[in-house]
Design a protein. Structure first.
Length: 430
């Protein structure tokens, strides 16, 4: 499984209305661009209570990274024909210092990608599910140590394993079944509520809790836990408890939410636009979230502890604590990070002594990635609408800038960029 940047132009100011027209919700106006004077804390009324919302504007007071240079590197990656559209957001010291769209929503006849263009999150959605369950744990409604069978889900495991596998095992992919079990049937259109009982017929891969085997069909039992313990749909609870109070105004948990967006990026295989496949929307806890890159930046801030009224520190400590080592070794990113661990819906990495938290996602025609340093409260996230792996190297380039390390050509751009005029002015978007 945009375009706003703090150094783009002094003259451009973009005003964003937040959930205008919803009863009880005020309109928030934010100034964007190089002329931004910073974002003060904003308040939103939701229902009967006021909730502190994350500062929404790009705030260049906190910027330490040379974004002119970084911007040129991103443009270099976008020159690859495997790329169509891309959203990039960077957080430094808990504040968004860069948020920008590149390319187009469609290879032929698309519109420019902006920081408000909506993409699919794919498996980044698992961090949302873990956070949502973590909130219910914090409320005393769910126990991570209780067996999954306590919460009346459709999940069945070999040898009655659902009575031994805990909620903690579920969210860390330690259920004892083969990796990506029955994903092929999910992709063939079978209802996941019919598939989860079929998992019981699989051979035992390991004892519950003993090994890490990544799941989608099984993992989505988390959405059933949320629904059964709240009496509301998973989508409703996520929207009301997490996305709305965080000001994630472009976020949704459905195919309908994606295609209803004012601007949304169409999926591509190569340069060919393909239809939006709804298979993984039917396992919303595993892969159902959509949002703009700006909203993903707000989500990253919340995961750094910048919105404790919405996501308390004790929830973050619970879901970010690693449970088990994983065996991901392919690709430049995984080779550079070395042995990683899995927490609850999140991966735990180590980059040259720096602890990082993140996740990657992929569904047909979309890719997504988020990575941040919880101590520095700094990181980078990207969303794009093709199957290219090129943007992943930009994370490593950003980390080297963040930690003041010697510059390395992770993206393999040095030779081509010496030939091209990389200092050419980037045209601001409307």
């Amino acid at each position: 499984m945009g375009g706003y940047v703090n150094q783009m132009t002094k003259s451009r100011v973009v005003r964003v209305g937040v959930l205008a027209g919803i009863a009880g919700v005020g309109t928030l106006i934010a100034a964007w661009g190089h002329a931004s004077t910073g974002a003060a804390s904003a308040w939103r009324t939701w229902g009967q209570s006021a909730t502190v919302m994350l500062p929404p504007a790009v705030d260049n007071r906190y910027a330490r990274i040379d974004y002119d240079n970084f911007d040129a590197r991103v443009q270099g990656v976008m020159a690859d024909p495997s790329m169509v559209g891309l959203g990039v957001v960077v957080v430094e010291n808990g504040r968004i210092t860069y948020a920008k769209g590149f390319g187009t929503t469609q290879a032929v006849g698309g519109e420019p990608v902006s920081a408000r263009t909506v993409f699919r999150w794919a498996s980044l959605s698992k961090g949302v599910a873990a956070t949502m369950v973590g909130e219910l744990v914090n409320d005393g409604k769910v126990s991570l140590e209780a067996p999954v069978s306590n919460y009346a889900t459709t999940l069945r495991l070999p040898a009655g394993g659902e009575t031994r596998a805990t909620v903690d095992d579920l969210l860390s992919h330690r259920l004892g079944i083969v990796r990506n079990a029955l994903d092929n049937k999910l992709e063939a259109g079978v209802d996941p509520k019919l598939l989860r009982p079929q998992l019981a017929a699989l051979p035992v891969f390991c004892a519950p809790g003993a090994c890490h085997t990544y799941q989608n069909v099984a993992f989505d039992a988390a959405s059933e836990i949320v629904q059964n313990m709240t009496g509301k749909s998973y989508q409703y609870e996520v929207q009301q408890r997490l996305f709305a109070p965080l000001g994630m105004i472009d976020a949704s948990v459905s195919r309908a939410g994606l295609v209803a967006s004012r601007s949304w990026a169409k999926p591509h295989v190569g340069r060919r636009t393909v239809a939006v496949n709804d298979n993984y929307y039917r396992v919303p806890a595993a892969g159902g979230v959509n949002s703009s890159i700006l909203d993903l930046g707000r989500w990253m801030q919340a995961q750094m502890g910048e919105a404790p009224e919405v996501v308390p520190d004790r929830v973050l400590d619970t879901i970010h604590t690693p449970r088990i080592f994983t065996d991901r070794h392919l690709g430049i990113f995984n080779k550079t990070m070395g042995a990683s661990q899995y927490a609850l819906g999140w991966r735990d990495y180590n980059y040259l002594g720096h602890r990082l938290i993140g996740h990657q996602g992929a569904v047909m025609g979309y890719r997504a990635t988020v990575l941040f340093d919880p101590q520095k409260k700094s990181g980078i996230a990207m969303l794009w609408n093709s199957q290219s792996s090129r943007p992943v190297a930009l994370q490593l380039e950003l980390l080297d800038r963040l930690y003041n390390l010697p510059r390395r050509d992770w993206a393999g751009l040095d030779k081509t960029m010496k030939v091209q005029n990389v200092s050419a002015t980037v045209q601001p978007e409307d």
